[in-house]
Every structure is written in structure tokens, then in C-alpha cells.
Design a protein around this ligand. Structure first.
Ligand code: 5AD
Ligand code: SF4
Length: 488
């Protein structure tokens, strides 16, 4: 019987996509997917370290799994992703039975690492032992500085569906003082453009209708490729722009290449909109330039949506976070973007309770949110991450104050989202139908601006872009009905 693998994912969309790649590599090696950990020969947790809460959830799961592992020592238990890199020592203590640690940069080695454990066990004659400190077949791979993005082993796995993720770059070279990601995911590295184009065209042929390009900071795509080429940094990019713009492969250029190739694949529909939608996330405001906004305007397949995490509206806090922009510079970018794409939909991430955040700093964040009027926002309470610069500062905003600021921003965003959504009432929008809705007879889809829409309809519409007249709106959802005839 084939070996079976169970994989649970925590954290961001990058992690979700990494998990698909891992399952793809393992199924290509003959593994089958197990629905429950009890049925698996290999159990993997793909973990997240971005906030303490994400780590606590994984630690809870590890506790459950340790019982399983004691009952069946032959199982291979692996911790992969960000916590493998960051929390190895703590995990050793809490769960000495773990057989495998692989950091984000080592995920492509997983088939080999699993084979290594199996070999060690065969050599030692028997299973993984009862665990305990003497897990002699343990394998640890966490030292690489970046993932060899051009060397993925064969195999991929995606749930059949309408939308798909495509990784375009890995890692992060920024140094935001609160953030653990540069430590866990390592240095930035970009995937060769042709690999990205090939993957997108395969997805389109397989029936996917929307692709989200993923990276910790997609806007620095092209800085460094696995073969050593790349523009290297903002100065290198500027120099190329002045001297030989045709030779610059950066994110706006990649968008244009993807747009051109999707239109080649699909041709133009009679209404001039191509059938594959492109989104991307996430964008660091420092690297989001007018050149990006122009590419977004020019590329018909690229959706009118930008996730542009601001983190704070106070210059003092932005400086302490080392974000590399001021409130004014951020607002100016938004203004420029809106001039080019007036109906752009915007979302953001905000951290409340960063060390030293005063009431006045917080008011600045409130006023920035009112000024921008995001369509949606994620608000996070600051969580000190060991090893970051900010963690050396006292976490001095009391928990109740963080909670209160969180609530204030969520309520404010609801008010703004409702206002933005209400503006859409009565309009007719293209909605890509993604899946059945929660109630029978309902469907769920998204507008190009990333607004969720619920409508009545038949399951046969899933995967179609339909024209929907928006009837009512709440802060989180639009409700509408399909117009007769074609979209547009
Ligand atoms: N505490 C709270 N939120 C954080 N984020 C990143 N690091 C932290 C932290 N230490 C948030 C940021 C980022 C999002 C993915 O998570 O807002 O944009
Ligand atoms: Fe979590 Fe960040 Fe790692 Fe994603 S990259 S899994 S958000 S720590």
C-alpha cells in the first residue's frame, strides 16, 4: 500500500501555496493524501510565526499529535515552515518525538529528507523508537538563506477550482522592526519569468479563471534571480530605467508580460476583457511606484484591486517600524493611483499597539483610514516576536488598550466598507463565480475589486464571469442578481 501523508497549514497565502507544492512533490513520489492524521504515515504541520497566536495554535496541535506518535512510533512527524526555523529548540522540548524540521527555504528538499529518515530507520532496524530524547533518525534542515526557486522537484497539487495561487518570489529583504519574516523566510529570490508564464498558461488550460501572484513583497520582483542576474536594488532599477529600460525585468514588466500572454492564450472576448483575471499580493508601499500603477491601468487582465499595507498612520511609528515611507508619501501614492484607476479598490494591514504608540499616534492612524477609505482592512494587535528589533523594546501598550484600539479600527472600517459598498448598489459588475454559497441555491463570487458577492444561481455557473446587478450591500458582502445576456 502506498504511504499516506497528512498536512495541516497555518498562516499566510504563501504557506497555503507552499503546502500545495509539498503535497505535489510527495504525491509525485507515490504518496497518497490522508484526510485525518490517524490514517497517515507522514504527518506534517506547515507553520507560521508571524504572531504569537499562530504559534500557539500549532503548539496545541503538536500536543495532540504527540499522543498519536506515542501510539504509533513508526509515523514520521515533521514541522515545516516558519516555526521549524524559529522555534526548533522550544519544539524539541515540548515534542521530542518530532522527526523532521524543514524551514521555508528547504521545502524543496522534503522528498529527500523523508527518504533520509526512512533510510536511517531501516539502518537502525525498526521504527522511530518510542521518541524521547534519543530520536536518532531525526533530520533537521533549516540553514539555507534562500529557496532554490528554479529547482522544484516534479509534481504539483491543487484542488480543482476557479482560483489559483502562483508564487513569483520568496523571502523578504526588508527590515521592518516588528517582523519575523526576513528571519524565517530568508533572502528575496525571484522565480524565472518563463516558469511563471508557463505555470499560468497551464492553469488557464486546466480551467482556472483567476490567478493570484504571490510573494512577501511582489513589488521587488526581479531583484535577484537564482542564476545571479537581476537588478539588485532600487538604485540598480533606476539605473536600468534610465539607460536601458527594455532590459529591466521588474514587477510591472512581469505584469505586462503575463497580461500579453493571457490575451494571446484567450484572445479578446467581444467585450475586450480577457478571461483570466490576475491579482497579486502583497505590496510594500515603498516599492509600489507609478510604473506599477501604469502597468495595472494598461493590463486588462489585472484586477482593479491593491492590497497596500500601511501598518500605521503616524510618522513617528512608521519610522520606528522602519517602513521607509511617511504618511504623506503613502497618501500621495494612493492619490496618484486613484487618478490613474479611479475605481481601484484598496485594502490594507494595520498594527495597533506597537511599542510607544500614543493616543496621538493612534489618532493619526484613524485619520489616515478616514482619508484613504479602504474597501477592507486587516487589523492586528502588536505581538512581540523574539529576535526582532522591536522585541528589544518594552511592549508597553497595555493589552486592554490594544484591544480597544483594535475594536475602534474594526468599527471604523465597517462604517467605511459599508459606505464604499453602498456606492456600488444599483451598478452592474463582472463577478467571477467561485463556489456555492452557504445556503442552497446561492453562489459566491468576487468582483474585480475583490468584493465578495452572493447571488442566486445554478452550480453550472461556477467558473463563469457573470454580469451582476448589485441590489444591496452590507459592510462585508454585496448581494445581487444576474443580469440577462452577456457580461457587460
Ligand atoms: N505583530 C502583529 N502583527 C504583525 N504583522 C507582522 N508582524 C506582526 C507582529 N509582530 C502583521 C502586519 C503584516 C501582516 C501580514 O501581519 O500587518 O502586514
Ligand atoms: Fe506566517 Fe509570515 Fe511565515 Fe507567512 S511568511 S507563514 S505570515 S511568518
Amino acid at each position: 500500500m502506498n504511504k499516506r501523508v497528512y498536512l495541516q497549514t497555518y498562516g499566510c497565502q504563501m504557506n497555503e501555496r507552499d503546502s500545495e507544492e509539498v503535497l505535489g512533490m510527495l504525491t509525485a513520489q507515490g504518496y497518497e493524501l490522508a484526510e485525518h492524521p490517524e490514517e497517515a504515515d507522514v504527518i506534517l504541520l506547515n507553520t507560521c510565526s508571524v504572531r504569537a497566536h499562530a504559534e500557539e495554535r500549532a503548539f496545541g496541535k503538536m500536543g495532540e499529535l504527540s499522543v498519536l506518535k506515542r501510539q504509533n512510533p513508526d509515523v514520521i512527524l515533521g514541522i515545516i515552515g516558519c516555526m521549524a526555523k524559529l522555534q526548533r529548540e522550544t519544539i524539541f522540548k515540548r515534542l521530542p518525538q518530532v522527526d523532521l524540521f524543514a524551514g521555508p527555504a528547504e521545502l524543496y528538499d522534503l522528498p529527500y529528507l523523508l527518504a533520509e529518515i526512512q533510510e536511517k530507520r531501516q539502518f537502525r532496524g525498526g521504527g522511530g523508537g518510542a521518541g524521547g530524547e534519543g530520536n536518532g533518525s531525526r533530520v533537521i534542515a533549516v540553514e539555507r538563506t534562500f529557496r532554490p526557486l528554479d529547482k522544484k522537484p516534479a509534481g504539483d497539487y491543487r484542488k480543482p477550482g476557479v482560483t489559483a495561487f502562483v508564487t513569483i518570489m520568496e523571502g523578504c529583504d526588508k527590515a521592518c522592526t516588528y517582523c519575523i519574516v526576513p528571519k524565517t523566510r530568508g533572502q528575496e529570490i525571484s522565480r524565472p519569468a518563463q516558469d511563471i508564464l508557463d505555470e499560468i498558461s497551464q492553469l488557464a488550460n486546466a480551467g482556472y479563471r483567476e490567478v493570484t501572484l504571490l510573494g512577501q513583497n511582489v513589488n521587488s520582483y526581479g531583484k535577484r534571480f537564482p542564476d545571479g542576474s537581476g537588478y539588485r536594488g532600487p538604485l540598480g532599477r533606476l539605473r536600468l530605467l534610465e539607460e536601458n529600460p527594455g532590459a529591466l525585468l521588474d514587477f510591472p514588466q512581469l505584469l505586462r508580460m503575463i497580461d500579453a500572454s493571457t490575451r494571446q492564450t484567450w484572445g479578446q472576448s467581444p467585450f475586450g476583457n480577457s478571461s483570466l483575471r490576475i491579482r497579486f499580493t502583497t505590496s510594500h508601499p515603498f516599492d509600489a511606484t507609478p510604473r506599477l500603477f501604469e502597468a495595472m491601468r494598461d493590463c486588462s487582465s489585472v484586477c482593479e484591486w491593491l492590497h497596500l499595507p500601511v501598518q500605521s498612520g503616524s510618522n513617528r511609528i512608521l519610522r520606528a517600524m522602519r517602513r521607509g515611507y511617511t504618511r504623506e508619501a503613502y497618501l500621495e501614492k494612493i492619490e496618484r493611483l486613484r487618478r490613474l484607476i479611479p475605481d481601484i479598490s484598496l485594502s490594507t494591514d494595520i498594527i495597533v499597539g506597537f511599542p510607544g504608540e500614543t493616543e496621538e499616534d493612534f489618532r493619526q492612524t484613524v485619520s489616515l483610514m478616514r482619508a484613504v477609505e479602504y474597501d477592507s482592512a486587516f487589523v492586528f494587535k502588536y505581538s512581540p516576536r523574539p529576535g526582532t528589533e522591536a522585541a528589544a523594546r518594552e511592549d508597553d501598550v497595555p493589552r486592554e488598550v490594544k484591544e480597544e484600539r483594535n475594536q475602534v479600527l474594526l468599527a471604523l472600517q465597517d462604517e467605511i466598507s459599508l459606505k464604499r459598498h453602498r456606492r456600488l448598489e444599483g451598478s452592474t459588475l463582472d463577478v467571477l463565480i467561485e463556489e456555492p454559497g452557504k445556503r442552497p441555491g446561492q453562489l459566491f463570487g468576487r468582483t474585480r475589486g475583490n468584493h465578495g458577492v452572493i447571488l442566486e444561481g445554478s452550480a453550472g455557473w461556477i467558473g463563469e464571469t457573470v454580469s451582476v446587478r448589485i441590489a444591496t450591500a452590507t459592510a462585508h458582502t454585496l448581494f445581487g442578481e444576474r443580469c440577462n445576456g452577456f457580461s457587460h
